[in-house]
Unconditional design. Structure first.
Length: 428
């Protein structure tokens, strides 16, 4: 849908203004002792996966208002991520949801992924809904269920999800488990037994998937169960992973925290233990998946990246490589525009975190110079890094302004013409 010529056309009209701001910023960064080329290289290399379910409009209990031209199949979802990646050169992988995205023709899907320079990086299981053909219901839980046959069905599903992922390419080595299990009323669950059953189920999944795969375990304090969730917090997730195996890791979803939770500290703790496996980005005002990353609390997003960068740079921290993914629902925005905004916010926070003068910061921390330490962190946050992020995109072959490109070239209108006004994304 997008040719290289179109991107060059778009860029040539904006190049003069970009070069002007980039010259200014790069001079300033060099003055501060940064290697500009190294910054550009790191930022260009930072890739954020798009989940297959984020390409359609989300809804609430009250309604859903489709954007039109939404992808009707796995193939069209891949095409949409290909479009995003062509524009921002930062979204080279897709995370699939099974059973929503079971490929009909694996070879054809792999060819399509290659054509768009994409890979499948992870697969997500679903035991939070009952499927038409399944024998037992998950109404009262899946991996924690009291009945062994229900647990077995959920375990087998997870193993099958990994098998489907493995067939889609060698890059796919991650199974993400978000467990919706929990209870709604006091007395409903025997907390200790439910935990033990969940642990046993996780161990069975871990033993059933390929030995070089990672299992990511997500936590969430409430919803869909409002009295107790089986994995409500990072500590529970951590304890389960620790007992399951080395390749079981905690997944932090920004939206899965109660208001004012210090997520950056959770990130630091998990990295310290070598158990931070991945990230789901979104911006949460309520509970989950609701808003564009960085739209409400950009400073917090930056502080999280500050911990991530420090952890990744510290040779004493033995944390595995992280899986980065957006996990948001787009109720009022065009999903593609929302994803472009999210990736931009993530890379902006990352770029700012790379600018923190950590040497000076650690000195100030040791000397208990509170104001100085805070000012060092804040100075990086207040730097306008947009020309740096744009330069890294430009050098990678992307558009200087992906959002403007999307609007000016009438991409949504063309998608509606191709797929129809009322096309609804599969799985939502
Ligand atoms: Mn998530």
């Amino acid at each position: 849908m997008i040719s290289n010529e179109q991107i060059q056309d778009h860029n040539s009209g904006r190049l003069q203004l970009h070069n002007h701001s980039w010259d200014h910023l790069s001079a300033q960064l060099q003055e501060q002792g940064h290697s500009v080329n190294e910054l550009v290289r790191k930022i260009a290399g930072f890739q954020v996966a798009v989940p297959s379910w984020a390409l359609g409009t989300g809804g609430t209990r009250f309604g859903r208002f489709p954007a039109g031209g939404e992808p009707r199949s796995l193939e069209e979802k891949i095409a949409d991520v290909g479009l995003i990646h062509a524009l921002n050169r930062s979204s080279n992988s897709i995370s699939l949801h099974i059973p929503w995205d079971i490929p009909r023709d694996t070879a054809a899907v792999k060819d399509l992924l290659n054509a768009h320079q994409l890979v499948i990086d992870s697969v997500n299981s679903n035991t939070f809904q009952d499927q038409k053909d399944q024998e037992f219901s998950y109404k009262f839980g899946s991996l924690c269920h009291t009945r062994p046959e229900v647990r077995k069905q959920a375990i087998d599903h997870n193993i099958r999800v990994a098998e489907i992922g493995a067939r889609l390419g060698a890059e796919c080595k991650t199974l993400t488990i978000w467990l919706a299990d929990g209870s709604n009323f006091p007395g409903q669950h025997h907390f200790r037994r439910a935990y033990e059953r969940t642990l046993d189920s996780l161990k069975a999944i871990y033993a059933g998937i390929p030995a070089d795969w990672t299992t990511l375990v997500e936590y969430k304090p409430y919803e869909p169960h409002f009295y107790s969730m089986i994995i409500p917090d990072w500590g529970t997730s951590y304890s389960l992973c620790q007992q399951t195996g080395d390749r079981a890791q905690v997944l932090v979803d920004l939206g899965h925290h109660l208001p004012n939770t210090n997520i950056e500290q959770i990130v630091a703790r998990l990295m310290h233990f070598g158990r931070l496996g991945g990230f789901h980005f979104n911006g949460s005002m309520y509970g989950d998946d609701d808003l564009t990353t960085g739209s409400i609390k950009p400073y917090q997003l930056f502080l999280i990246f500050n911990e991530l960068v420090q952890g990744m740079d510290d040779p004493a921290v033995r944390n595995p490589d992280l899986a980065w993914m957006i996990d948001a629902s787009h109720n009022t925005k065009d999903p593609v525009e929302d994803l472009l905004q999210s990736v931009q916010a993530i890379k902006t926070a990352y770029a700012k975190a790379l600018l923190v003068d950590t040497e000076a910061l650690f000195e100030a921390q040791e000397a208990n110079e509170v104001v100085k330490a805070e000012e060092i962190v804040r100075a990086a946050f207040e730097t306008d890094v947009r020309p740096l992020v744009a330069e890294s995109r430009l050098q990678a072959g992307g558009a200087l302004d992906p959002l403007a490109f999307f609007g000016e070239n009438g991409i949504r209108r063309r998608l509606i013409e191709e797929r129809g006004r009322y096309a609804v994304a599969t799985g939502l």
